[in-house]
Design a binder for this molecule. Structure first.
Ligand code: ADP
Ligand code: MG
Length: 398
């Protein structure tokens, strides 16, 4: 369903609450990857350039006791944001109270303030994470309109997303959330065909609902990576020391049955004797994996088969590496598939959802070859499962 975005509202002179995802990695108190700050800039700048008063907030890490506060303060992030905006960012070191309210009242058009980590409220009965209604109402009272731009937490109902939305007149999506809605939501709703889904990663159990949902929508469901072996077992093959979830073999059989030929697994794998980057690499047909070997990458024939489907696709959704790409020796399959998808960029919508798959593509330097690389790990997975994400649902319909 189409959602209102920041372009659909007038922010001039308004106090604009902006929920961003500034959950950046910190090492010894320093930001080790500022990507999330950079990605939030378009939304914040848009508000400032259009005369809005930006009140920016986010969670950072987990806050379980008092001692977690110091290492999860957003103050360093506010400083970095200020550098990127080339503008003063007033940092308010609390999440509620007079100091915050006064700072909001002092804010002028085109100015920005940031308040402290929303999860500081978790020290008091998980008020943020459990969506305490009083907290959402309080934060909503600080602003005139609400912009949600935090996709990474959209699969959880928190005070800082649905809590605010329930208590404010207008809730719209920022540019990042809009992109996720358009690409993932739009594709699942109305894909261009042929639609090829590629699923990999370690475990079937992590991806059951994704497989089930994509089987309903996609024309082909390619399965590789560690989870393929549970399917091979379900087909009657011996998989040696490969990753195997015995308790999911029956489910795999069922999925193969309902898939009606839609699932492609290929018929060869690269194996090693140990889960070790330097283990000797062999190529094996799927019906002859030795007992003391494990499958660590898709084989060359399987790669070619998968690529034959990808080449004609108009939509590709990829979740999960096809082998242990962290070991250079077993990254070949994942890399080749990534390259093939990048090659069809002009003819197809190509989407990656999944933290490790995104990391793999970035490691190969192919990130520009994709239409969209989703930024939320858990959130993208739940979106691909076909679930309604509370952080998206709470945005006003267009
Ligand atoms: P994503 O984060 O993209 O959703 P997952 O977390 O499901 O992906 O899976 C990623 C992991 O799966 C990687 O660390 C990779 O090494 C592992 N993996 C892929 N293929 C295999 C395999 N054949 N055996 C063991 N692990 C594998
Ligand atoms: Mg992962």
């Amino acid at each position: 369903m189409a959602k209102k975005t920041i372009r659909d509202i007038d922010v001039k002179g308004k106090k604009v609450l902006i929920r961003v995802d500034f959950n950046v990695p910190l090492k010894n108190g320093e930001i080790s990857d500022e990507n999330r700050i950079v990605e939030a800039l378009p939304t914040i700048k848009y508000v400032l350039e259009n005369g809005g008063r930006a009140i920016v907030f986010s969670h950072l890490g987990r806050v379980k006791d008092e001692s977690d506060k110091a290492k999860n303060s957003l103050e360093v992030v506010a400083k970095r944001l200020s550098e990127h905006l080339a503008k003063k960012v007033t940092f308010v070191p609390v999440t509620r109270g007079k100091e915050l309210e006064d700072a909001v009242l002092k804010l002028k058009d085109g100015e920005v303030l940031m308040f402290e980590n929303t999860r500081f409220e978790d020290l008091d009965g998980n008020k943020e994470s459990k969506n305490n209604p009083e907290l959402g109402k309080y934060w909503a009272s600080l602003g005139d309109v609400f912009v949600n731009d935090a996709f990474g937490t959209a699969h959880r109902a928190a005070a800082s997303n649905v809590g605010i939305a329930a208590n404010i007149k207008e809730t719209v999506a920022g540019f990042l959330l809009e992109k996720e809605i358009n690409f993932i939501g739009g594709t699942l709703e109305n894909p261009q065909r042929p639609f090829v889904a590629i699923l990999g990663g370690a475990k079937v159990s992590d991806k059951i609902e994704v497989i089930q949902n994509l089987l309903k929508i996609a024309d082909k469901v390619i399965i590789g990576g560690g989870m393929a072996f549970t399917f091979f077992k379900a087909m009657g093959y011996e998989v040696g020391k490969s990753l195997l979830e015995e308790d999911k073999v029956e489910l795999a059989k069922e999925l193969l049955k309902i898939a009606n030929g839609k699932i492609e697994l290929g018929d060869d794998v690269y194996t090693g004797k140990a889960f070790d980057p330097n283990t000797e690499k062999n190529v094996r047909n799927i019906d002859s994996i030795p007992q003391d070997e494990m499958g660590l990458d898709i084989g060359p024939r399987t790669t070619a088969l998968f690529e034959s489907f990808i080449k004609d696709a108009k939509t590709v959704v990829w979740n999960g590496p096809l082998g242990v790409f962290e070991f250079p020796r077993f990254s070949e399959g994942t890399k080749s598939i990534a390259q093939t998808i990048a090659d069809i960029k002009d003819q197809a919508t190509t989407i990656i959802g999944g933290g490790d798959s995104a990391a793999a593509v970035i490691q190969f330097g192919l990130q520009d070859g994709f239409s969209h690389i989703s930024t939320g790990g858990g959130a993208s997975l739940e979106y691909l499962e076909g679930k309604v994400l509370p952080g998206i649902q709470c945005v006003d319909d267009l």
